[in-house]
Design a protein around this ligand. Structure first.
Ligand code: GLA
Length: 341
């Protein structure tokens, strides 16, 4: 029996920066996806504990996005996309189980892709694994997402957040201070406009880059040269968010939780006002979480339009914050990298 586990992730800061070659600072969490299978045959046959319909994918399935988009059930598209890229010699029969809420912004799909690729014998580096799984995500969903989620899962270091330079793919683990804890809170809202709005934001950033060049390298003065006020706000989010990620990595490394918390609050405001991917439900939840004792900072996390809020909390206050009657929080521990045994 082959088993593989890949963690989900929560992004501490740096959203809508990865697909623009910017910076992000996710942590892999102790929730994730496990694949257990008996190798054999010429197809991969999997059942899932999150969907009654099984996935059956021939090992010679081709990486053709249009064909994959027609596969049912929908979760089998991820399976087929990974199989089409890993190209295993033999299939298998097994089971997928996950402790992540599916489609809630904690990278349930990335963790499925990474666990699957490992269980099928992918043997490259963590970065190669993340690249392959990012491509699988594109094939399965048709949305050109960045590499943060897959890299956070594949290359995680326990006890650390991961500073990702999404241009060079250089990784720098940043130790989480021992007096800090990370709490995630479910808004209960699930993104319905997510994929199209994501692509729209990408296109708007692309349009801004046509005028002022790569946003990763742009200064505030260059951003202010954009005549179109919508493009100016989008670009301002990206440029300021990249700076906040680097500042947050330094704040955490220096144990300055107050500074780290302030940066998270600024990040939320930027995602809400300039990038416009928050929702009133998320905004209210961030306010509620910020009002709890021991909370240094809180923000929406991931693509937006629902999902989770992430908070940086004093370790001693984390249990109380997570179980406060006004929020449905969960204290998360950091996870090590995806692995196969
Ligand atoms: C989703 C994508 C990531 C990233 C975030 C926003 O999670 O999969 O690549 O773009 O949204 O930061």
């Amino acid at each position: 029996m082959i088993r593989a586990f890949a963690p989900g992730r929560v992004n501490l800061i740096g959203d809508h920066t990865d697909y623009l070659g910017g910076y992000a600072l996710p942590i892999a969490i102790d929730l994730g996806t496990t694949v257990a299978m008996e190798p054999g045959g010429d197809a991969l046959e999997l059942v899932s504990d999150s969907d009654p319909a099984p996935a059956r994918v021939p090992v010679d399935v081709r990486p053709d996005g249009d064909a994959l988009a027609a596969i049912e059930p929908a979760w089998a598209r991820y399976v087929a996309a990974v199989v089409s890229l890993v190209r295993p010699a033999i299939g298998g029969v097994g089971k997928v189980s996950t402790t992540l809420p599916v489609g809630a912004g904690l990278s349930s799909s990335a963790s499925l892709e990474v666990a699957l690729a490992l269980s099928l014998g992918f043997g490259g580096t963590a970065t190669d694994l993340a690249r392959l799984c990012q491509q699988a995500e594109h094939l399965a969903t048709g949305t050109a997402t960045g590499i943060m989620d897959q890299l956070a899962s594949a290359a995680a270091v326990a006890g650390h957040a991961m500073l990702i330079d999404c241009r060079s793919l250089a990784l720098r683990p940043v130790a989480l201070p021992s007096d800090a804890a990370v709490v995630i809170v479910d808004s209960g809202q699930r993104r319905s406009v997510g994929a199209s709005a994501y692509q729209q934001r990408r296109d708007e950033c692309e349009a801004a880059q046509q005028v002022i060049g790569p946003l990763r390298d742009a200064s505030a003065a260059e951003v202010s040269r954009l005549d179109d006020s919508l493009l100016r706000r989008r670009a301002r989010h990206v440029v300021t968010e990249n700076a906040r990620v680097l500042a947050m990595a330094e704040a955490l490394a220096g144990g300055d939780l107050r500074a780290a918390g302030r940066l998270m609050v600024e990040s939320h405001a930027s995602l809400r006002d300039d990038f416009e991917v928050s929702t009133p439900v998320l905004d209210r939840l961030v306010e509620d979480v910020l009002a709890l004792p021991g909370v240094h900072g809180a923000r929406m996390t991931g693509a937006g339009f629902g999902g989770f809020v992430v908070a940086l909390v004093d370790a001693g206050a984390a249990e109380a914050a997570a179980s406060h009657r006004s929020v449905s929080g969960r204290l998360v521990a950091s996870s090590g990298p995806a692995n196969c045994w």
